[in-house]
Design a protein around this ligand. Structure first.
Ligand code: DWN
Ligand code: SAH
Length: 397
């Protein structure tokens, strides 16, 4: 397998085995025809891009039944308000803003009083952005074809924004070229994604699944986008999604600030550009798998089956990589109507309405939505006060 950015041979990092689609929650009659692919991560020693070697077709993942609705987290609603405030410095009254992957409008709604456009391929969530929040949204994939076939989109935007989307787009050069074409000279491209540094440090291998084709770093982002005249001019570390990075790029910047040059150097010193250091991640994943499975076995022996909280995309990687099924976990509580009363991908654990979570019934619960800990602790305060404990798949979280 060759690097999706620079086409040189990749170094294998870790193999998670046969994996279903992370967000393909099933009805019983769909079990037999379930789709699987090989989930394997690799690293490019030239451009430092951490990536999947195989990825399902985008239409298989992003369609009219995409079950992730961004508005389900109040913490993320507040976060995206702050994202908007951060980007105010790039726009004026008459600026035009484009969002790549606006989902149900959680970020784009903040730009409602500007000339704006969202591009979102998953029809169900795009419809919410359009109908509930009255936003301008094209129900399509953002790519070069879209820009080349729509003259109005070319050389048109002062600001392009995106959150947790760019890592979902397999043809990264096509994406970068499309962004560059639609941005005005001097315009800004601001996007944020789960950060490779956090995943390595926390051994949060659950950030790796079909939709997350890339885990970026400052160095890999710089290397991908500079070919298309998009220069990394700033960054801002984020705590969302277990540790993310906001990247700020400018079309044809005149100068790269010292702050960025220093941060690129620090990343190199930390080993984020070293294939030898990144290869250690495989061992860390295996250790955490062993830790989690042994811990779970002990708990189940003592208390019987336990429950989990948050039917996240991330949980699909944990459950399938660790081979944990209904023998250990009776159900996963969740707020999403499209997931409730269905079964988890691959391991077929029932998804139950979070309203049925009664604090007295549980002593220990696996928190799959660990990135929303604060928000969930608040909701389930009785569970915590009653001595309830959340556990995780990694001891480094
Ligand atoms: O990149 C992506 C991110 C932004 O969102 C996508 N590829 C898919 C998705 O990833 P995820 O499923 O891991 O996202 P979250 O936000 O960690 O998990 C959301 C799930 O947790 C939903 O199913 C809802 C559930 N949840 C809950 O049951 N109670 C969430 C919250 C905040 C809650 O209080
Ligand atoms: N931005 C939101 C949604 C992230 S989930 C948030 O941070 O909460 C990933 C989203 O990317 C999905 O809504 C999916 O439909 C969208 N997506 C995937 N590929 C895309 C592409 N090529 N162009 C635009 N959006 C895309």
């Amino acid at each position: 397998m060759k690097c999706r950015n620079c086409n040189i041979k990749l170094d294998n990092i870790v193999n998670f085995g046969k994996m279903p689609l992370a967000n393909r929650f099933l009805k019983k009659n769909q079990f037999k025809k379930e789709f699987f692919f090989k989930l394997r991560a690799a690293f490019c020693k030239k451009c430092f891009l951490f990536q999947l070697t195989e990825s399902p077709k985008p239409q298989q993942m992003f369609n009219r039944n995409y079950p992730f609705y961004s508005h389900t987290s109040n913490g993320m609603i507040a976060h995206f308000k702050k994202f908007f405030t951060f980007t105010k410095k790039f726009i004026g009254k008459n600026s035009k803003i484009l969002e790549i992957g606006c989902n149900d409008g959680i970020l784009l709604k903040n730009y409602k009083n500007f000339k704006h456009l969202g591009v979102e391929p998953s029809k169900n969530v795009a419809n919410i952005a359009k109908k509930k929040f009255n936003l301008n949204v094209i129900n399509n994939f953002f790519n070069l074809d879209l820009i080349e076939n729509n003259k109005k989109l070319k050389d048109n935007y002062d600001l392009i924004i995106s959150a947790n989307v760019i890592c979902h787009i397999a043809d990264i050069n096509n994406l970068a070229k499309a962004v560059s074409l639609s941005l005005k000279t001097g315009g800004a491209f601001v996007f944020e994604e789960p950060y490779l540094g956090d995943v390595i440090q926390k051994v949060s291998y659950d950030q790796i699944y079909d939709e997350h084709i890339f885990l970026f770093s400052l160095n890999s982002v710089k290397n991908i986008f500079k070919k298309f005249g998009l220069d990394l001019v700033d960054y801002k570390k984020q705590t969302t999604h277990g540790g993310s990075m906001r990247y700020i790029l400018q079309k044809n910047a005149t100068k790269i600030p010292k702050k960025v040059l220093n941060a690129l150097k620090i990343e190199r010193q930390k080993g984020l550009c070293s294939v030898e250091k990144i290869k250690k991640f495989k061992l860390d994943c295996q250790k955490q798998k062993l830790f989690f499975v042994n811990n779970l076995k002990k708990i189940v022996k003592k208390y019987g089956k336990i429950s989990a909280y948050g039917a996240t995309s991330k949980s699909t990687t944990i459950l399938n990589y660790c081979n944990i099924d209904n023998k250990y976990i009776d159900c996963i509580y969740d707020t999403t109507p499209d997931k409730i009363n269905k079964f988890s991908p691959g391991k077929h654990i029932p998804i139950v309405n979070h309203r049925k979570f009664h604090f007295k019934d549980h002593k220990i619960v696996i928190l799959f939505a660990w990135n929303h800990l604060k928000e969930i602790q608040k909701k389930e305060i009785k569970f915590i006060v009653n001595g309830g404990r959340f556990i995780y798949h990694s001891s480094k979280i």
